[in-house]
Design a protein around this ligand. Structure first.
Ligand code: SAM
Ligand code: TMP
Length: 407
């Protein structure tokens, strides 16, 4: 299925491979008295560029609708992720940030989970964060924050005020930005500097059929090959890659000004593996789409069966990802009466699109259900350990990645 959509990286045609249909904004949790007729929907459709192989959405949601004062995702909500970011900060401090008066910029610093470590070490830094609520939390931790989107004009202003950076870092943020920020990154980076970013990896999404990684905020689904192509267009070079276990499988990419650092063997090895898997082949991606349809069928069938048997099912983790699952599968309060989540900004509201009430975790522990549908499956180890009592009480977890199963 070819679309008229042009690649946001290279302007070649993009071939659609899966259409999720009408979807709401994944993080737009509604007040219970909201006018539901006013809810914003868009068409969630994903395709692959016939030339540079970048996998991307074919319809873009205006950024201010997603990232604003009330953006409800707080990075510090997972203890595992806190450790992940603290480890990365310590690593940067002992490697890239050891020169004279080093300077690090983070795009999408959110609540300051990474930069707090840098601030505490007394190292010059700046977080660039358009979502006001989370940016305020970062500032409250002593992190220096600029409340704005990162784009070329922001890069020029930071350059004029602070000079070039030794490190620019972005976690789960670059894939959120459809327009090219790499020229701004290139201008802001010292010739010896490095741009480090990590995002969900297409290779893991395809392998695990983790289709719920696809939602409004995730515009790009990177591979080493597509990142290499994208970097080249802004005089940057992919010089290293690392596989990460977080969020269901990510890759951390290292870009340097072209010709400045020798690419590691890991870059060529990952690109060769992607080619061998035919990861960007439309046929591979269409086969992924077939598996998504099977998960939809199996999950609905399981939830309907449990409802008909009178079993209780509660959703666990009102993730942005869950909007894709509930809306694609048509899962509303009749199948999952409520979802529990630790985020105060989501509690007391309704999930986007299918309007399932979100409650605090006490609603779970006060009366354990028979089954918990784990929407936050990427935090499974942390959550299952914390909720051992649920299991001890006879409770079971429902997972739908890589297929629908009960554990
Ligand atoms: N880095 C954190 C992490 O990995 O947990 C936060 C990730 S959160 C999913 C994405 C963040 O990117 C949000 O805090 C959002 O406000 C921010 N963001 C979105 N567009 C941006 C842009 N153009 N420049 C800087 N930050 C942006
Ligand atoms: P994420 O998968 O995008 O990181 O979102 C995780 C969501 O799950 C977020 O809304 C916080 C919530 N959550 C819990 O409710 N309990 C937990 O133990 C963890 C780790 C996350």
């Amino acid at each position: 299925m070819s679309s008229n959509f042009q690649c946001r990286i290279c302007a070649a045609p993009v071939q659609s491979f899966f259409d999720f249909g009408r979807q709401p904004l994944s993080d737009a949790f509604l007040p219970v008295d909201a006018d539901l007729d006013q809810e914003f929907f868009f068409r969630l459709d994903v395709g692959v560029c016939e030339s540079c192989t970048m996998v991307q959405l074919t319809e873009e949601v205006p950024r201010d609708r997603m990232f604003h004062e009330a953006y409800p995702y707080y990075s510090s909500g997972s203890s595992y992720m806190r450790t992940h970011f603290e480890d990365l900060a310590k690593r940067l401090l002992s490697t890239e940030l050891t020169g004279e008066d080093p300077f690090v910029v983070e795009l999408g610093c959110n609540d300051g989970v990474m930069l707090k470590v840098i601030a505490d070490a007394g190292v010059r830094h700046l977080g660039v964060e358009p979502s006001g609520g989370v940016a305020d939390v970062a500032a409250g931790k002593g992190v220096r924050v600029r409340k704005s989107f990162f784009e070329e004009s922001a890069a020029q202003e930071i350059l004029a005020e602070d000079g070039q950076a030794d490190v620019i870092y972005a976690a789960n943020t670059l894939c959120h930005i459809p327009y090219s920020v790499l020229p701004g990154v290139r201008a802001l980076l010292k010739p010896t500097g490095v741009f480090v970013f990590e995002d969900p990896y297409l290779g893991d999404i395809v392998e695990r059929t983790s289709f719920d990684q696809i939602y409004d905020e995730h515009f790009y689904f990177f591979t080493a090959r597509s990142v290499q192509e994208m970097a080249r267009r802004s005089d940057l070079e992919l010089v290293d890659v690392e596989r990460l276990p977080v969020h269901g499988g990510e890759v951390r990419y290292f870009l340097a000004p072209a010709g400045q650092r020798r690419p590691s063997e890991a870059v060529a090895a990952l690109i060769a593996e992607e080619e061998q898997r035919r990861l960007s082949d439309p046929a591979t991606l269409r086969a992924f789409g077939e598996k998504v349809l099977k998960i939809r069928e199996d999950l609905r069938a399981l939830l309907e069966k449990l409802r008909d048997e009178g079993k209780s099912v509660v959703g666990y983790g009102a993730t942005a990802k869950s909007a894709t699952v509930t809306n694609l599968c048509g899962i509303g309060p009749d199948l999952v009466p409520f979802i529990v989540d630790t985020t105060p900004a989501k509690q007391g509201r309704l999930s986007p699109g299918t309007h399932i009430p979100v409650k605090p975790p006490t609603a779970f522990s006060e009366s354990y259900p028979d089954y918990a549908l784990l929407f936050a499956w990427n935090h499974a180890d942390e959550i299952m350990t914390k909720e051992q009592e649920f299991r001890d009480a006879g409770g079971k977890w429902i997972l739908y990645v890589p297929d629908v199963h009960i554990v």
